[in-house]
Design a protein around this ligand. Structure first.
Ligand code: ADP
Length: 668
């Protein structure tokens, strides 16, 4: 076994690999870019080496720097994680040339599966079922269009070099083919420097079911069952589970054996995943093979009780796999959700910012949390916006989903928008819980999954007001230390000795005034929109607020934060949900100006590059009409008109880089 390894990655996967290495007594070397100087993976490793600027192509993707770092620190092997260099055959070769073990398959296996088109040719030979389509070399738009017509619409255009749903376009009809092809090629070129595409039949209501395979260098190859990853947005996985709902043992064995055949066909070694797309009736077709550890591997670890990173290390060091096919069993059910910094309501636009407040679920017998960030860290536009993976393992699917829904309700993030509300809605959705799974689930159930948040009630205004009163009290407190001082009384609100205080809040457009009066017997009386209530509050040691309101007592977290436009927001977490109120400061005029002008311009929601302008000055546009396409975080984002109007000016040209918040389009 190795005594020291280098992890050529960042974020949660780097942390996760380090964890296993630590347990096995293997020393670890982290690498990091400028943006990651203080990252969690750097703090967790025994040593760390700086490898360049923040952009991945100048740091995490530079093979030479990583190999240098390994040589310099005496690491005997490199774990590539997923993404970055994990499926780069040239990097695997370079490691071998430098006398360093690449913890992954042989370079030839990576090459064989590196192109979805080539992979399909190999699988065709191995008699693994394929989705009908065209995966040839001729890339002329006319030929591709003709092939699409032959397959029959809808079709799916995929980047051969693709991954993560990038460079993919669903095309409903012949007229839309040329545009979609151009878009797919542009995105593929940008993300993979290769615009080769394939076209295949687009299945309606398909399921994504994948098989975890493993092989060692001694001729053993097996499968660790399946994962269902059908719950997706923008063709990217959001929830994964193992085993797959409604899978019968015969089908499982059939798919497992097909996956093992695929792995054997390319002389595979290490961890790999064979992805299938399945019809509702269970018929399955090969989609692609990922020659690395997958993001969602923890659900397989949970149901098999194995540590796949340990298996990878054992196999890479020349050892035999710890178990045989017959020794593997499925225990219970596991679900993983990907908590992303993104806004589901804005077409899953990534959200960047500082994690001012972060409370992830606590780990325990049923719960595992894989994360690469801590409170205070920043989600930057440079890398994937995933905050954490939360994995639940329980006796059955219903229990696992119930537990997950509760955990999502208790997850607290302030500083970026997240998908936690959507994840909770998914895990508690009767149809999903009932076993309805397919890749169109989120779109089809949009109305129930994206329900508008209810307006704030009295309880929310009361909690926010109590937090505000505590702040005043804290600010007025003389130097601490005197236990007898009336200022140190926990819930008396000495400041309100005489008279009353007014606190104003804004919930969206609605403004509410709360009046607070101190009571002689302790606590305060709050005059709220729906009536008056007696209230008490105490700050607990962990910073949360213990609140008494009328007859009820409960605990809430309130986080105050100054946002980009200068306003002050209070985020409330209570009763398994969250809510945001804006403090209205009567002395501050800027907050009114900010909202007044907000509608007249469209700003860049993220730093990025303008890749297409769909309108010009003088055009009249209607609400929702596409204005321009911004490429940010390797994805294309179409920005739409917020209202009907006339375009006054466009501030940037195609090809220009724009900072976050830049005014892109101005209206009359
Ligand atoms: P990537 O490598 O970019 O993740 P995949 O080939 O793995 O691309 O496909 C990603 C997702 O796209 C699948 O999980 C599935 O939801 C959808 N998809 C892929 N092929 C098809 C198809 N032929 N019909 C319908 N959906 C598909």
């Amino acid at each position: 076994m190795f005594s020291k390894i280098l992890i050529a990655n960042r974020g949660e996967i780097a942390c996760r690999v380090i964890k296993t290495a630590k347990r096995l007594g293997i020393k670890t070397v982290a690498v990091y870019s400028d943006a990651d100087r203080n990252a969690r993976h750097v703090a967790m490793a025994d040593e760390a080496v700086h490898i360049g600027p923040s952009a991945a192509r100048e740091s995490y993707l530079v093979a030479d720097r990583i190999i240098d770092a390994a040589k310099r620190t005496g690491a005997q092997a490199v774990h590539p994680g997923y993404g970055f260099l994990s499926e780069n055959a040239g990097f695997a070769d370079a490691c071998a040339a430098a006398g360093i073990v690449f913890i992954g398959p042989p370079a030839a296996s990576i090459r064989a599966m590196g192109s979805k088109s080539e992979a399909k040719k190999i699988m065709e030979k191995a008699r693994v079922p394929l989705v009908p389509g065209y995966h040839g070399d001729d890339q002329s738009p006319e030929l591709l269009a003709a092939e699409a017509a032959k397959i029959g619409f809808p079709v799916l255009i995929k980047a051969s070099a693709g991954g993560g749903g990038k460079g993919m376009r669903v095309v409903e009809s012949a007229e839309k083919f040329a545009d979609a092809l151009a878009g797919a090629k542009r995105e593929a070129k940008g993300s993979f420097a290769d615009d080769h595409v394939l076209v295949e039949k687009y299945l309606t209501r398909p399921r994504h079911i994948e098989i975890q395979v493993f092989a060692d260098g001694q001729g053993n190859c097996l499968y660790l069952f399946e994962r269902d990853c059908s719950i997706q947005r923008r063709h990217q996985k959001v929830i994964e589970e193992a085993p797959a709902p409604n899978m019968d043992p015969a089908r499982r064995q059939q798919m497992g054996e097909a996956a093992v055949a695929a792995a054997r066909a390319i002389g595979y070694q290490g961890a790999g995943t064979v992805e299938f797309i399945a019809d509702q009736d269970g018929t399955f077709f090969f989609m692609e093979m990922n020659t690395r550890l997958q993001v969602e591997h923890p659900v397989t670890e949970a149901i098999t009780g194995q540590d796949l990173v340990e298996w990878q290390l054992v196999v890479a060091a020349g050892g035999k796999m710890p178990l045989t096919q017959d020794e593997l069993r499925i225990d219970g059910h596991a679900v993983e959700v990907r908590l992303y910094a993104e806004d589901p309501a804005r077409n899953f636009l990534p959200s960047t910012g500082t994690l001012v407040h972060l409370k992830l679920p606590e780990e325990g017998a049923h719960v595992r949390v894989d994360t690469g960030v801590r409170q205070g860290d920043t989600v930057t536009p440079f890398y994937d916006p995933m905050i954490a993976k939360v994995i639940v393992h329980d006796r059955d699917r219903t229990s696992a989903l119930r537990r997950m829904a509760a955990l999502m309700g208790e997850t607290e993030v302030v500083g970026v928008t997240t998908n936690s509300v959507l994840l909770k809605a998914l895990c508690s959705h009767p149809a999903f819980v009932g076993g309805e799974v397919d890749t169109g689930f989120i779109e089809r159930h949009r109305a129930t999954l994206f329900a508008k948040p209810a307006p704030a009630g009295d309880r929310a205004f009361a909690v926010a007001t109590l937090a505000r009163l505590l702040e005043w009290q804290d600010a007025a407190k003389p130097a601490a230390g005197d236990p007898w001082s009336p200022w140190n009384q926990k819930n008396g609100f000495r400041l309100l000795e005489e008279g009353h205080e007014e606190v104003r809040w804004k919930d969206g457009e609605r403004e509410v005034v709360v009046i607070a009066r101190r009571l002689r017997r302790g606590g305060v009386r709050l005059e709220l929109p729906e009536g008056a209530l007696e209230a008490r509050v105490e700050r607990l040691e962990d910073g949360r607020l213990a609140i008494g309101l009328g007859q009820d007592s409960f605990v809430a977290t309130v986080v105050r934060r100054t946002v980009l436009d200068g306003g002050i927001d209070y985020t409330l977490f209570m009763h398994g949900g969250s809510l945001r109120l804006r403090l209205v400061d009567p002395l501050d005029v800027t907050q009114y100006e900010a909202t007044a002008s907000a509608d007249a311009v469209v700003r860049a929601p993220l730093p990025g590059k303008i890749i297409d302008l769909r309108v010009k000055a003088g055009d009249t546009v209607s609400k929702g009409q596409a204005l321009l396409v911004l490429e940010a975080m390797k994805m294309e984002h179409t920005l739409a008109a917020p209202a009907d109007g006339t375009v006054k000016s466009l501030r940037y040209a195609v090809g220009e880089q724009v900072p976050e918040g830049a005014e892109l389009v101005e209206f009359e």
